[in-house]
Design a binder for this molecule. Structure first.
Ligand SMILES: NC(=O)c1ccc[n+]([C@@H]2O[C@H](COP(=O)([O-])OP(=O)(O)OC[C@H]3O[C@@H](n4cnc5c(N)ncnc54)[C@H](OP(=O)(O)O)[C@@H]3O)[C@@H](O)[C@H]2O)c1
Length: 435
């Protein structure tokens, strides 16, 4: 090994940062041998000093002041793992302005300020790596950025939130309602105390914004990504979807819709039981990619957690360290493409999207209901592929479940508005799109 050193500073020693510190300390020899230079954990910063000892850090390597890393000219690589927008954004921009390489796991920051960070890195000729920000330990950022760069990507379908996939898998297996399974997920540590960002789809939308930027070189505005979560999904819908041969998954969907139009959206979707994504269970994540030369690719693995995320972060550190050693930091632009100023990615309106639909109507059990619903659908160019009408109950409304052929979202919304206003319809209709 050469006598060269690469010094690394860690911002944050929480779940991810603690794992990165442990990995860098425990595997220092192996990682340095691999790199051909000494990989040194030079300093770690957190607001909670007790985390230093938990990660096995010597007291002199710890500080609660980020400027001890950001202003230290000896530190080559800054690894940001404090999360949130501020002060993480300021720390990253400061590190870049000091000519340091940056690795970050911060999907929320990159989804909203990625273009600013990437442009700053391009100007300073430094690298920014973010493998852990989408899919935790799954190497999907580098796969899209490098390994699949020769392809036009036709579509990406992702299960990118382990909390939602755990909840839906459990609801499928046990037939239990959402709220009960959410409480179990919280008890097992698969869901946050405040699960809003996860279960309402916003965490998945952050990750989809990053995937869209990697695929197209431009970043969509987060507020332009139609986002629906899983809190309205019932065990009945999961059971009925199963009768049609589908599983219910929360999907991040990126589609090349032709003529330069790009669709990006997050919502629960019916996935055919024989699709590769249908078998992604529990807290696992996966990204299904369709490229014009490669065909179909499935990346699958652990999408969160201390060890998988540390694996991705240290992979980024090694990659950035290589560029430090060879004297060519910023060799690979953050999104891969050399095209500058990708601008904002304009998304095709959801109203134009075409797909198949699952509808669950809740209707009074009386003659003529099915004919009436069918007429409204027909008037809106929505043709029915299959129907399940559940047997007569002694009292109360009954579910009528339909699967449609491909239809346009705007027409579907028009038809459901009309159907839901019929006096024979007892509840708002449940709509789930088919992937
Ligand atoms: N956890 C995962 O599995 C996972 C997976 C992929 C990506 N990520 C991303 O990784 C990042 C970190 O997540 P995490 O789960 O490790 O969070 P975490 O456990 O909350 O750790 C963050 C740590 O940073 C500290 N911190 C906050 N502000 C600071 C400041 N100004 N200076 C120094 N330290 C500060 C926090 O201290 P306090 O607690 O006192 O605020 C906490 O100890 C987030 O962007 C997250 O989205 C996480």
């Amino acid at each position: 090994m050469s006598s060269q050193k690469v010094n690394v500073g860690l911002l944050g020693l929480g779940t991810v940062g603690g794992g990165v510190a442990q990995l860098l300390l425990q595997e220092k020899q192996r990682l340095s041998d691999y790199l051909g230079a000494e990989l040194v954990l030079a300093k770690a910063v957190d607001l909670r000093p007790e985390l230093a000892a938990e990660a096995g850090l010597a007291p002199d390597l710890f500080s609660s002041d980020a400027s001890e890393i950001l202003a230290d000219p000896e530190i080559d690589i800054v690894v940001e793992m404090i999360g949130g927008l501020d002060p993480a954004r300021g720390f990253i921009l400061e590190a870049i302005s000091q000519g340091k390489q940056v690795a970050t796991a911060n999907k929320a920051l990159l989804a909203s300020h990625g273009a600013e960070v990437f442009e700053a890195a391009r100007r300073q000729k430094v690298g920014v790596a973010f493998e852990a920000s989408v899919g935790g330990g799954i190497p999907l950022v580098r796969s899209l950025r490098d390994s699949l760069a020769a392809n036009q990507i036709n579509s990406c379908l992702g299960i990118l939130n382990g909390t939602c996939n755990f909840i839906l898998s459990r609801m499928t297996a046990q037939g239990e309602p959402f709220a009960q399974v959410l409480a179990q997920a919280q008890a097992k540590g698969y869901a946050e105390a405040d699960p809003y960002m996860d279960v309402e789809g916003y965490d998945t939308a952050h990750k989809l914004a990053i995937v869209a930027a990697l695929v197209t070189g431009s970043q969509p505005k987060l507020e332009d990504i139609p986002t629906e979560g899983i809190s309205q999904i019932t065990p009945l819908d999961i059971q009925l979807a199963g009768e049609f041969g589908f599983r219910v998954k929360l999907l991040a969907i990126l589609n090349n819709a032709g003529n330069g139009a790009v669709e990006a959206r997050v919502h629960p979707a019916l996935v055919a039981e024989d699709h590769l994504l249908a078998s992604v269970q529990g807290p696992f994540n996966a990204l299904h990619i369709d490229g014009d030369w490669v065909g179909q690719v499935l990346l699958h693995g652990r999408g969160a957690g201390r060890e998988p995320t540390a694996s991705a972060m240290v992979g980024d550190v090694l990659d950035l360290a290589r560029d430090v050693i060879t004297g060519c930091p910023g060799r690979v632009p953050p999104l891969g493409t050399a095209r500058q100023g990708g601008g904002v990615l304009e998304l095709a309106p959801l109203a134009n999207a075409m797909c198949r639909y699952y509808f669950r109507f809740t209707a009074q059990d009386r003659p003529g209901v099915l004919a009436r619903i069918s007429r409204v659908l027909g008037d809106n160019d929505i043709s029915i592929q299959a129907v399940i009408q559940k047997g007569r109950r002694d009292i109360g409304p009954v579910p009528i479940v339909m699967l449609t052929h491909r239809a346009q979202e705007a027409a579907v919304k028009r038809a459901l508005n009309e159907i839901d206003s019929l006096e024979m319809i007892a509840e708002p209709t449940m709509l789930i799109r088919v992937a």
